[in-house]
Design a protein around this ligand. Structure first.
Ligand SMILES: [Zn+2]
Ligand SMILES: [Zn+2]
Ligand SMILES: [Zn+2]
Length: 453
């Protein structure tokens, strides 16, 4: 049974997907109860309904591991579910309306649950042994692997943890492979270890059964009687013998046979598939929020320096400052944050215009020798050569003033987070990449702190 709850109204009981109201606007969340298998099936069905895919859903009992990412947790009652969803930030209802494509729907689902990652679960019945429950739930007829590829290609995902590395069939991509020893001559699997005799007279080597038995062994090649081991013959290191082509060898050939399609392949030629957990990147969060794969920040990127060039230039300035104590420089980091209400009010066109105005303001403030780079979707760095910290702070304050003029009718406004770093404050062992990463994390942290406040 589904209990659709909306505060402060009483929960409404619904029994099937077909009976769900077409519009989910009045629904704040859903509480599932009943049989565990039935709850699992309902949960999957629910996540495929565009109007309900992103709503908080709580379940009455613990579900199988592969279903857990589809729910928001266990609650003892509909009241508890309502209370827990109520304190959930960011407000899931800030992104109303349906998400048009599976990739975007999934990006939104993850965006609304910042603690959740796109993680695989191991399932030996699955074609590739690992399954991504969220990809399957949101694929909507698409292949889950192609949905993952699409999101990665768009730059919406970043890897959080590498969990495993699989070798797959080159043909059908199955990870169910059997590694088997075969004859290097005819590739038959009909091979076995055999005891061999080496005749000293003619150097013939063959399985022991070929040396006629009786009171004495006789070499089938030169007919010498082999009486004494060490004098007439010896036993070479244990060997393998193929019963199909009669060849003998010390090392078998190993082939990987696909258990799904049967194709034999050389193990060293199998494609390797990394299995990782993913989270939304800056671009993915932006796409989730704006609803389309737009890149409004492109407006600011026309006059900037590519990230790699910016990092190596910063390295060069850091080395210069270390070698000649007097050479000084500062860095300004900027991070733009668009609160959901603000983005909605402005729309895509409005955001584009805003970013163009922001770019123009930066250009006004920057001297000819200052250099701008965009290291993330809304993450900007300005390098200011020969500038002490106070100078950089003054410039940062002027940049922050820009946000004051962006207030919308509902009071929401652009938020700019800024950080200033002076060359002198750089720890000795840091290079530019490490420094910028650390500072960028500080800026990122500022956003999360604001959101959870
Ligand atoms: Zn053979
Ligand atoms: Zn012989
Ligand atoms: Zn195969």
């Amino acid at each position: 049974m589904w209990l659709l709850y909306a505060s402060p109204a009483k929960p409404v009981a619904v029994g099937s997907v077909a009976a769900l109201p077409a519009e989910a606007d009045a629904v704040c969340g859903i509480y599932l109860e009943g049989d565990v298998d039935h709850m699992g099936a309902m949960l999957c069905a629910l996540r495929q309904q565009p109007a309900y895919a992103h709503l908080p859903v709580f379940v009455a009992a613990e579900l199988a591991a592969h279903l857990q990412p589809l729910s928001d947790g266990i609650a003892g009652s509909v009241e508890e579910a309502r209370a827990r969803a109520g304190s959930w930030r960011p407000d899931p209802l800030s992104l109303q309306g349906s998400a048009p494509a599976p990739a975007l729907a999934l990006a939104r689902y993850l965006f609304l649950r910042p603690q959740l990652s796109l993680s695989p679960v191991r399932d030996c019945r699955a074609h590739q042994v690992y399954r991504y429950p969220l990809l399957e739930a949101f694929a909507n007829g698409e292949q889950p692997s192609s949905l993952l590829r699409k999101m990665k290609q768009r730059g919406w995902l970043e890897q959080t943890q590498l969990l495993d590395r699989l070798r797959c069939c080159d043909d059908c991509h199955s990870a169910h492979l059997n590694y088997i020893d075969v004859c290097p001559n005819c590739q038959s699997i009909n091979i076995a270890a055999a005891s061999f005799i080496h005749c000293f007279t003619c150097s013939h080597v063959a399985p022991q059964e070929n040396f006629a038995s009786g009171p004495h062994m006789v070499c089938p090649n030169c007919t010498t009687r082999l009486r004494h081991i060490g004098a007439d013959y010896n036993r070479p290191l244990e060997q393998l013998h193929c019963h199909d082509c009669q060849s003998s060898f010390a090392e078998p050939l190993v082939i990987a046979r696909c258990l799904s399609c049967g194709r034999p392949q050389a193990p060293e030629k199998l494609p390797v598939l990394p299995i990782a957990a993913w989270q939304l990147s800056d671009a993915g969060q932006e796409a989730a929020r704006l609803g389309v794969a737009s890149q409004p920040a492109a407006a600011v990127s026309s006059q900037d320096l590519a990230p790699a060039a910016f990092i190596s230039m910063t390295d060069w300035m850091m080395n210069l400052a270390r070698r000649h104590g007097q050479a000084d420089f500062s860095l300004i980091g900027l991070r733009l944050d668009f609160p959901p209400g603000f983005s909605q009010q402005l729309g895509n066109k409005g955001l584009q215009a805003l970013l163009e105005a922001f770019a123009a303001r930066l250009q006004e403030l920057m001297r000819d020798t200052d250099i701008l780079s965009r290291l993330g979707q809304h993450l900007f760095w300005i390098a200011l050569p020969q500038t002490p910290e106070e100078g950089a702070r003054k410039m940062l304050n002027k940049i922050l003033d820009f946000a004051d003029n962006t207030e919308q009718e509902d009071g929401s406004r652009l938020i700019i987070h800024g950080v200033v770093h002076a060359a002198r404050a750089t720890p000795k062992e840091f290079d530019a990449e490490k420094l910028l990463k650390g500072l960028s994390r500080q800026l990122q942290g500022a956003i999360y702190a604001d959101r959870t406040a």
